[in-house]
Design a binder for this molecule. Structure first.
Ligand code: ADP
Ligand code: MG
Length: 322
């Protein structure tokens, strides 16, 4: 199968008549022609997943595709944006029909779930790597940035932390405890299929002074909000939201370290001014937003982790590539 047949067969899902109105021209020309809604700005982000760095070589192709698109969508969620389109640059060591069929199945299942259309890409040969660029829109004044936190703002995170790191440890046989199958499956899904918190991101436009998604680890990523906003932060380790699966770990400190520094969770971390907390509290209590207060912003710099008021030491604050 040649390059163009491959693209047509596996990636050109839409005919002109089924294309969303925001796409004048999708895959097949030199570039796509796209139309953002009136009054909205374009929000663009790109991420690369490299074989053996971001996923193991024997990972299932549909899971690789899901993860690649989901981590990108998470960046849009963290801006309070709504996704519209994406492009895919695929580097393949060989053309395997089975691999491509499973990959494109996972990709389009995810694209449909989050209402995002593939509008172009590039296909080359070389070591397996997947680059996805997502594009979405938001009213510029309502975007969730990293630089808006104030001293005294509460720090919150969505859902639970540490699951993805625990899932990776299970897959790599690094856990010194045997968990039941449903727990293992839950943790592995949290690694391979992180949920981009798009609904939460949109809801948080009314509340958050700053926000980002947690890709490298809470402490490292909250540090980015601190740097951008010229502040420090305290994290209350006993308040970290842990899933039932993580609470099942015998090594409580390990669970806490994964929640603080594990990364790959793609939950949102955001800050909220004190006067907005009562209304946000109501939305959390009603179940509309799943979020937990885990700390406060303060004058100074750096992120301090405290367990019952005492410093909680971490060897590493998060993942870095170099
Ligand atoms: P060009 O040489 O003009 O850059 P290409 O030959 O790379 O064009 O691609 C032909 C068309 O197929 C373009 O519209 C491009 O966006 C699309 N395309 C190429 N690879 C992919 C892919 N992996 N997924 C989706 N669209 C792709
Ligand atoms: Mg090209």
């Amino acid at each position: 199968m040649g390059e163009f047949e491959l693209i047509r067969h596996f990636f050109q899902q839409h005919r002109a008549e089924t294309m969303p109105g925001s796409v004048f021209l999708g895959i097949g020309d030199d570039a796509a022609l796209l139309q953002p809604p009136d009054g909205q700005t374009l929000v663009v982000s790109v991420d690369t997943l490299v074989c053996d760095v971001h996923f193991p070589a024997d990972a299932a192709p549909d899971e690789i595709a899901q993860r690649a698109l989901r981590v990108n969508l998470s960046d849009l969620a963290a801006m309070g944006a709504q996704p519209l389109w994406f492009t895919l640059a695929l580097t393949l060591p060989e053309v395997s029909d089975d691999w491509l069929r499973d990959f494109s199945r996972g990709l389009f299942a995810c694209a449909e779930e989050f209402d995002c259309t593939l509008v172009g890409g590039d296909t080359t040969s070389g070591p397996l790597s997947i680059t996805i660029q997502v594009m979405g829109t938001v009213e510029p004044s309502r975007a969730l940035r990293r630089d808006g936190a104030g001293a005294g703002d509460y720090v919150l995170v969505t859902h639970t932390l540490g699951d993805a790191a625990a899932g990776l440890a299970v897959m790599q046989d690094r856990l010194d405890q045997t968990l039941d199958e449903p727990t293992n499956a839950y943790l592995s899904a949290r690694y391979y299929q992180p949920t981009p918190r798009l609904k939460e991101g949109v809801a948080l436009r009314d509340f958050a002074s700053a926000a980002l998604d947690i890709s490298d680890g809470l402490v490292a990523d909250l540090g980015h909000i601190g740097e951008s906003s010229d502040l420090g932060a305290d994290v209350y380790v006993e308040d970290l939201p842990l899933s039932p699966a993580l609470k099942r770990l015998k090594d409580k400190d390990q669970a806490r370290r994964w929640a603080l520094a594990g990364g790959d969770d793609y939950e949102l971390c955001f800050t909220v001014a004190e006067e907005k907390m009562p209304e946000l509290g109501l939305r959390i209590a009603s179940g509309e937003i799943d979020a937990t207060v885990i700390g406060r912003m303060r004058a100074g710099s750096g992120v301090s982790c405290l367990l019952q008021g005492q410093p909680f030491e971490l060897e590493s604050s998060g993942y870095t590539h170099f």
